[in-house]
Design a protein around this ligand. Structure first.
Ligand SMILES: NC(=O)c1ccc[n+]([C@@H]2O[C@H](COP(=O)([O-])OP(=O)(O)OC[C@H]3O[C@@H](n4cnc5c(N)ncnc54)[C@H](OP(=O)(O)O)[C@@H]3O)[C@@H](O)[C@H]2O)c1
Length: 263
C-alpha cells in the first residue's frame, strides 16, 4: 500500500512461519517495505529472498527473541539507528503451552506472558508515538478466539489472548478520531507450527477442522485494510464466539476443558 507515493513500512513479528509468514506475503503484495522479525534467521532470510524477487520490495530481516524483556527497546533502537520508520506494526509472534497449570513449568508460562503480552505491549508503546505524529498506518495484533473464554488445559495461553483482545479493542476506542487503524485478528485452530510448539512435539489424538494460515492471514489483512477492529476468521469461529456470549460462564469453561483434555 502506498500513501502519497511512499510505500508503507510494515514490521511483522513471528514472520518465520505460519500466520506471520502469510501476513508478510499479503503486505508484500501491497508493495510495502517489510521488516521480518523472529528468532529463526534462516527461515526469515529465505522468505525475504522470495518476497524481494516476487514483489520487487525492500525486506529487512531482524533476529530477536521476544521472550527477552530488553528486546522491544533493542528492536526500536536498531530501526532508529538505520533511519527506518514503521507505519504498520503487526504483533503476531506468540506461542501456547498445553497441559494443566500445575504441570507446566512456570518459566515457560512466564516466557509466554513476555512474548504474547509484554513484548506486544512494549512494541506498541514504542512505535505508537510515531504513528500518532504522522497520523497514518496502524497496528494489527494477533489474538485468538481463545481470548473470548477461559481455557482450562491451556489456561495461561487463553488468558494472554484475552489480554490481547481487551487491550487492542480499548486502544482502538482511545484512538478513534485519528487516521490510525487498530485491529485484533482472532483466528480459530489454524495449520501452523503452533500445535507442535504448544504440545512440545507430541502428536494430538485427533484433528479438528483447521483453516490454513494463508486463509487466516488473507482475511486478517483484508479486514485491517478495511479498518475493522475485531476480526474473527471463519464462519464456524464466528458462531462459537456468538454462542459463548449467549451461554452462562460455566458452560464454555467446561466445554473448552473437555476439548483441551482430549487433544
Ligand atoms: N495456529 C493456531 O491455531 C492459532 C490460533 C489462534 C491464534 N494463533 C496465534 O497466531 C500467532 C502466530 O502463530 P502461528 O499459528 O502462525 O504459529 P507458528 O507457526 O508457531 O508461528 C509463531 C511465530 O512466532 C515466532 N515466535 C515464537 N516465539 C518467539 C520469540 N520468543 N521471539 C520471537 N519470535 C517468536 C516464531 O518464530 P521463531 O520460532 O523463529 O522465533 C514464529 O514465527 C500467535 O500469536 C498465535 O498465538 C494461532
Amino acid at each position: 500500500m502506498k500513501t502519497s507515493g511512499v510505500p508503507e513500512t510494515v514490521l511483522i513479528t513471528g514472520a518465520s512461519s505460519g500466520i506471520g509468514l502469510e501476513l508478510a506475503r499479503c503486505f508484500a503484495a501491497d508493495g510495502c517495505r517489510l521488516i521480518l522479525l523472529a528468532r529463526s534467521t534462516a527461515a526469515l532470510e529465505t522468505l525475504a529472498v522470495t518476497l524481494r524477487n516476487d514483489h520487487a520490495i525492500e525486506v529487512i530481516v531482524l533476529t530477536f527473541d521476544l521472550a527477552r524483556p530488553e528486546s522491544p527497546q533493542a528492536i526500536f533502537a536498531e530501526l532508529q539507528s538505520r533511519g527506518v520508520t514503521v507505519d504498520v506494526l503487526v504483533n503476531n509472534a506468540g506461542f501456547g503451552a498445553s497441559g494443566s497449570f500445575s504441570e507446566i513449568p512456570i518459566q515457560r508460562e512466564l516466557e509466554m506472558v513476555q512474548v504474547n503480552i509484554a513484548s506486544l505491549m512494549a512494541l506498541t508503546a514504542l512505535f505508537l508515538p510515531g504513528l500518532l505524529a504522522r497520523n497514518r498506518g496502524g497496528i494489527l495484533n494477533v489474538g485468538s478466539v481463545a481470548g473470548f473464554q477461559p481455557g482450562p488445559g491451556m489456561a495461561v495461553y487463553y488468558a494472554t489472548k484475552a489480554f490481547v483482545l481487551s487491550f487492542t479493542e480499548a486502544l482502538a476506542e482511545e484512538l478513534r478520531g485519528t487516521q490510525l487503524t487498530i485491529s485484533v485478528l482472532c483466528p480459530g485452530p489454524t495449520e501452523s507450527n503452533f500445535g507442535a510448539v504448544a504440545r512440545g512435539g507430541r502428536q494430538r489424538s485427533h484433528t479438528v477442522m483447521k483453516m490454513t494460515a494463508r486463509a487466516v492471514a488473507e482475511q486478517g489483512h483484508r479486514a485491517y485494510r478495511r479498518g475493522k477492529i475485531t476480526v474473527i476468521t471463519g464462519a464456524l469461529n464466528h458462531c462459537l464466539v456468538f454462542l459463548v456470549r449467549l451461554t452462562p460462564r460455566w458452560f464454555p469453561r467446561r466445554i473448552v476443558g473437555f476439548y483441551n483434555q482430549t487433544h
